[in-house]
Design a binder for this molecule. Structure first.
Ligand code: FCB
Length: 450
């Protein structure tokens, strides 16, 4: 644990917490919402731990008033949430569903009334099933459909939303969803995953164009990437090269495309025939300047060469004796600093935010309280490392805890709790955890003390 000291964050620093539509809203069949690929994936036997689904989740759809009151109690300055695409376009195209737009319009208004700034992500993985039926992210046309979503949402909410993110974690949506089969739509084909990744990046580009047509001066738009330092398990050449490939797979593939306008040569060679076709103009669309880069940081990757794992020939290992969270992810606060510094030094994207950082632990409710000292230490130590980046001149402007609430953790269902607020899923009661009370203190003090 880093030593306790007093640090005060910059004046315009943003303190926030994040959620995503499918993970918290529930109400999957209400007010005209169509099915998403996650509704479908949840019905695949064995896909989700315990057979859990997002059908009810945190029932946030019906409980926004209470949840905004919680945000106030936590002293949040900002709330990052995502738009459920199938609430807006239940069949993927055609006329937008007014009830869907109204839900988010009310949410934005209520947040402003509570003095909380909305940060809106347009795609956090819940593609309308109707678009999946036409090929989903394997179909270039999905990128154009995403442009329509961006335009429609910006036209409806633009007066109240000044911070936009197109796509959350294209690496997860493409590779976990289309190569490793762990996320919707559950495919297992590298060629398909690379095509999906390209189309997700095109969607980001189409989304930016659409947002910019509606944005007002001073508004900001960007993308959210999951980034992780990739370090070799030993100093052997084989491991060093494996770590470089892993970095190409997770980090450089997206950073190079977005901020250099080209996929990295070494990875293009490695992917060989699996590479998607890149049309003239694609890379220019993808690499338009962003005003904001959201970074999600959870852990680092320690990488070993593994000839049994083609084509990347890498294996991710957790160092012996390292502290881990309930996900089995190494607790490595220094990595958040490394990522911020590296992105700034190598890509200079301008303003960055930590759009997600947090940890799952096996919390339990005892006598009406949730005592989660590990999460408190986790957040504290990561925040100190973010502060170190600020001190070194990295333009990072805010921090969002993942997550406001315990919620539907994708393939892990409700078994993994990331919230600073505990949710009793049987009653929907919310209880602020010890880490939440601590974070409330931090947001009010505007820093970490004592
Ligand atoms: C990120 C996702 C978020 C949540 C956290 C734990 O990859 O963006 O929805 O699942 O991980």
């Amino acid at each position: 644990m880093a030593s306790r000291s007093t640090v005060i964050f910059p004046k315009d620093w943003i303190w926030g917490a994040a959620t995503a539509a499918y993970q918290v809203e529930g109400a999957t069949r209400e007010d005209g919402r169509g099915p998403s690929i996650w509704d479908t994936f949840c019905r695949v036997p064995g896909a989700i731990a315990n057979g859990d689904t997002g059908e009810i989740a945190c029932d946030h759809y019906h409980r926004t008033a209470g949840d905004i009151a919680l945000m106030r109690e936590l002293g949040l300055g900002a709330y990052r949430f995502s738009i459920s695409w199938p609430r807006i376009f239940p069949t993927g195209s055609g006329r937008p569903n007014a009830a869907g737009l109204d839900f988010y319009r009310r949410l934005v208004d209520d947040l402003h009334a509570a003095g909380i700034t909305p940060h809106v992500t347009l795609y956090h993985w819940d593609l309308p099933q109707a678009l999946q039926d036409q090929g989903g992210w394997e179909n270039r046309d999905t990128a154009r459909r995403f442009g329509e979503l961006a335009y429609t949402v910006a036209a409806a909410l633009g007066a109240g939303v000044h911070h936009w993110y197109t796509i959350n974690e294209p690496w997860v949506a493409s590779f976990l969803g289309h190569w490793m089969g762990q996320h919707a739509p559950g495919k297992r084909d590298l060629r398909v995953a690379l095509l999906a990744a390209h189309n997700l990046l095109l969607a980001h580009g189409e989304g930016l164009v659409a947002l910019r047509s509606e944005m007002r001066p001073g508004d900001a738009a960007g993308i959210v990437l999951n980034l992780a330092p990739c370090e070799p398990a030993t100093d052997s050449n084989a491991d060093l090269e494996a770590a470089h490939r892993a970095d190409g797979f997770v980090n450089r593939w997206f950073l190079d495309a977005l901020y250099r306008g080209a996929y990295p040569d070494d990875m293009v060679r490695l992917y060989g025939d699996a590479m998607p076709e890149v049309e003239a103009g694609d890379m220019a669309l993808i690499s338009q300047p962003t005003d904001l880069l959201g970074i999600n940081y959870y852990t680092r990757n320690v990488v070993a060469h593994d000839p049994a794992a083609p084509p990347l020939e890498t294996r991710r290992i957790v160092p012996v004796d390292a502290p881990v969270t309930a996900m089995g992810w190494e607790v490595y606060p220094r990595g958040i600093y490394q990522v911020l510094k590296r992105v700034h030094d190598d890509y200079a994207p301008g303003r960055m935010l930590i759009a997600e950082n947090g940890a799952a632990y096996d919390d339990s409710l005892v006598d009406g309280q949730v005592d989660d000292p590990e999460r408190e230490v986790f957040l504290h130590d990561h925040l100190l490392e973010v502060y170190r980046a600020i001190e070194e001149g990295v333009p990072v402007g805010g921090y969002f805890v993942w997550s406001l609430l315990d919620n539907f953790e994708w393939a892990w269902g409700y078994g993994k709790r990331f919230g600073i607020v505990y949710v009793d899923f049987a009653t929907q009661e919310r209880i602020i955890k010890r880490s939440g009370h601590w974070y409330g203190h931090v947001t009010r003090e505007h820093g970490i003390s004592g």
